[in-house]
Design a protein around this ligand. Structure first.
Ligand SMILES: Nc1ncnc2c1ncn2[C@@H]1O[C@H](COP(=O)(O)OP(=O)(O)O)[C@@H](O)[C@H]1O
Ligand SMILES: [Mg+2]
Length: 375
């Protein structure tokens, strides 16, 4: 067993039993995660991206020990997420957007105290930690108020504090800013960036808000139908998908010469209602200058110039489309996985052993199903 300080996921698979056509239909298995390899090191925010249903939440729940894998291994600093689940739980925590995961019939302080004990935080530490966290999320003044009297924003802040109560070495964030008020979302991003940079916390982030991913993530995995599609930095993903910067140049007095100049760049042309011409060029590089100069030298008058940056969203959509095309293609069992960073190819899955009795770990009820009740 290697003692790497990272989360190492190898050959991860998760099958959910489902019934086709209602409750009396035949039982089949839905493969939500299909052979994933992930490395989530300390001190960095790693992204896990994919369209809805790609398997992101399932993966995160397995890493959080809330679900058992059907096959494959998850090691957290060398500890097995199934066999050593209790020890693993001391090192990880989860913040999932949409689920508040705090008790409304306790005060903020009582919540942190309760969850801290659940995570085996020593009592002496916990007293200090609770105060620090209430401070961090701006709830010191409301520490002894029942959560049912908190505003939505205050409850969200408490949920963030709950996610940090055990000083996790690894923080799992599943759509953490979903439904958060903008200032709280911004605070959370700052806290997360700070935890990775200064405390060496390893963070795994899923978010449909790709500006957030670009801001925080140095490395991103893209998955589709539970399978690896690509990995790399956001910039590398954009470059590798040919996600292009778009240059739009308006020529007010187009001539054969200006058209020839535009065509030489492989740009597309479109006549505008006022007789001008819109020249559009999508290119990974910065072509605005050369294109404008060429059209100008061909005697054209420039009526407008617009440059749109490549977006990570485009890159993910392109990858997902390619992935689905690969899945649908004849005879292709698996899409060509793109490894964008040279030398960062993932290791082949180890011979995966399925833990007995796939299902839900006992902590699930304690950690997840607590909206509004009393324990
Ligand atoms: N408990 C479950 N039972 C059956 N199918 C499930 C269950 N949870 C998730 N799935 C299915 O697994 C796939 C992956 O879901 P999920 O991990 O939630 O994806 P994502 O978070 O990327 O949107 C989806 O097709 C989803 O419908
Ligand atoms: Mg999800």
């Amino acid at each position: 067993m290697t003692m790497t300080t990272a989360i190492e996921v190898r050959g991860l698979r998760k099958d959910f039993p489902v019934r086709e056509k209602g409750i009396l239909g035949p039982r089949t298995l839905k493969r939500a995660v299909d052979g994933l390899d992930l490395d989530i090191p300390r001190g960095r925010v790693t992204g896990l991206l994919g369209l809805n249903g790609a398997g992101k939440t399932t993966t995160i729940k397995i890493l959080a020990t809330l679900l058992r894998p059907s096959a494959g291994t998850v090691r957290i600093d060398g500890l097995d997420a199934v066999a050593d689940a209790r020890a693993v739980r001391r090192r990880i925590n989860l913040i999932a957007g949409g689920e508040r995961m705090v008790y409304t019939r306790m005060t903020g302080r009582e919540n942190l105290w309760y969850f801290g004990q659940l995570y085996d935080v020593p009592k002496a530490d916990l007293r200090r930690r609770t105060g620090e966290l209430l401070d961090l999320v701006g709830l010191s003044g409301a520490a002894d108020t029942m959560v049912e009297r908190y505003s939505r924003g205050m409850t969200q802040r408490l949920a963030i504090a709950r996610g940090l109560v055990n000083r996790p070495d690894y923080l799992l964030l599943d759509e953490p800013t979903l439904g958060l008020d903008a200032p709280i979302a911004r605070d959370l991003r700052r806290v997360v960036a700070d935890l990775a940079a200064h405390d060496g916390t390893g963070v795994l982030l899923t978010s449909h808000y790709l500006a957030e991913v670009e801001e925080l993530c140095g490395h991103v995995y893209v998955i589709s139908a539970g399978r690896h599609l690509a990995q790399g930095s956001p910039a590398e993903l954009k470059a590798a998908t040919g996600s292009h910067r778009t240059v739009r140049l308006t020529v007010t007095d187009p001539t054969e010469r200006t058209r020839a100049a535009a065509d030489a760049f492989g740009a597309t042309r479109e006549t505008l209602p006022d007789g001008g011409e819109l020249i559009t060029l999508r290119h990974p590089g910065d072509m605005a200058g050369p294109l404008t100069a060429a059209v100008f030298e061909a005697g054209g008058s420039i009526g407008g110039l617009e440059i749109a940056e490549a977006s990570l969203e485009d890159a993910i959509l392109t990858l997902a489309e390619r992935g689905e095309a690969g899945l649908a293609g004849p005879g292709s069992g698996r899409p060509d996985a793109t490894t964008i960073r040279p030398g960062a190819a993932t290791a082949p899955p180890e011979a995966a052993t399925a833990p007995p009795g796939a299902g839900t770990a006992p902590s699930e009820a304690a950690a997840a199903g607590v909206k509004g009740g009393t324990p």
